[in-house]
Design a protein around this ligand. Structure first.
Ligand SMILES: [Fe+2]
Length: 266
């Protein structure tokens, strides 16, 4: 499996506190079946983005893993927040922020007050040569109540990453319910851990993969944790996947009565 969202590098944000925690997280990820990790420290107003330091730490950790014989390949990206400064900077230098300096960008939007013009912002990122990946919309209180916003961005080419622990219910019931609404419609392109430590936010992906395989099929599960994220790691185009449903109609969660009427009609 390939994990494209992981706060693995120490002392840069609210992820790993020190080198030992980073090493323990990396080993736990490997034990879970993860073979590649994109290290994604926050690039936000709260946490300064220092790609040179990030790369230094990535290499140091990679060396330690290689020395211990842990078969894990580390890449580098960031958890990109849509601040004004970030948007100006990414247009000038997209590869500074993108996954492995290639074509995908992990984008986190604010929990509250999602601004109305975000479709244009995503379009600007695309003009800069990047494919935006919206991180964990299922955990966003605004989007939980308005999945049509996600549909609008997806119609514009934005891809969607859901947190593994949301699928299994460890992020709360609303996040779980929303994750499954997205999965049912095949609106999800990636599962990732968004791991921050070894205990409360651990590097755990196999449980979510198995839950998706059981409910939505092995092929879809594989695309979310292996095939698609590997394309992100390598900067290549995603292969055609299962067709997203209800993307070109206004999203509306149907009531039991609506579902009944639909089953009578079909
Ligand atoms: Fe994150």
């Amino acid at each position: 499996m390939v994990d494209i969202h992981h706060h693995l590098l120490w002392g840069l944000d609210d992820g790993a506190k020190n080198f030992e925690v980073s090493l323990a997280m990396a080993k736990a990820a490997a034990a879970d079946g993860i073979t590649e990790i994109v290290c994604t420290p926050h690039a936000s107003g709260q946490f300064a983005f220092r790609p040179e330091l990030n790369e230094q730490r990535r290499m140091q950790l990679q060396d330690a893993l290689d020395a211990d014989g842990v078969g894990l390949r580390l890449g580098l990206g960031c958890d990109f927040h849509l601040s004004y400064d970030n948007i100006v900077e990414v247009r000038e230098n997209p590869s500074r922020f993108s996954v492995n300096g290639l074509s995908y960008l992990m984008v986190e939007i604010p929990d509250y007050g999602v601004p109305p013009g975000l479709a244009e912002t995503f379009y600007e990122l695309q003009l800069a040569g990047l494919t935006p990946i919206l991180t964990h919309p299922e955990r966003n209180p605004t989007l939980q109540n308005d999945l049509e916003r996600v549909a609008e961005w997806m119609r514009g080419g934005v891809l969607v990453q859901v947190t593994g622990d949301s699928v299994t219910g460890k992020m709360g019931r609303v996040a779980q319910r929303t994750a499954h609404l997205l999965l049912e419609r095949r609106w999800v392109h990636f599962l990732a851990t968004d791991a921050h430590n070894v205990s409360s936010r651990p590097p755990r992906l196999s449980e979510a993969r198995d839950a998706v395989a059981k409910k939505y099929g092995v092929e879809y599960a594989r695309s979310l944790v292996t095939t698609n994220p590997r394309c992100v790691f390598e900067g290549t185009a995603l292969p055609p996947g299962e067709e997203p449903q209800d993307l070109y109609e206004e999203f509306r969660e149907k009531s039991w009565f609506g579902r009944l009427m639909q089953s009578i009609r079909s």
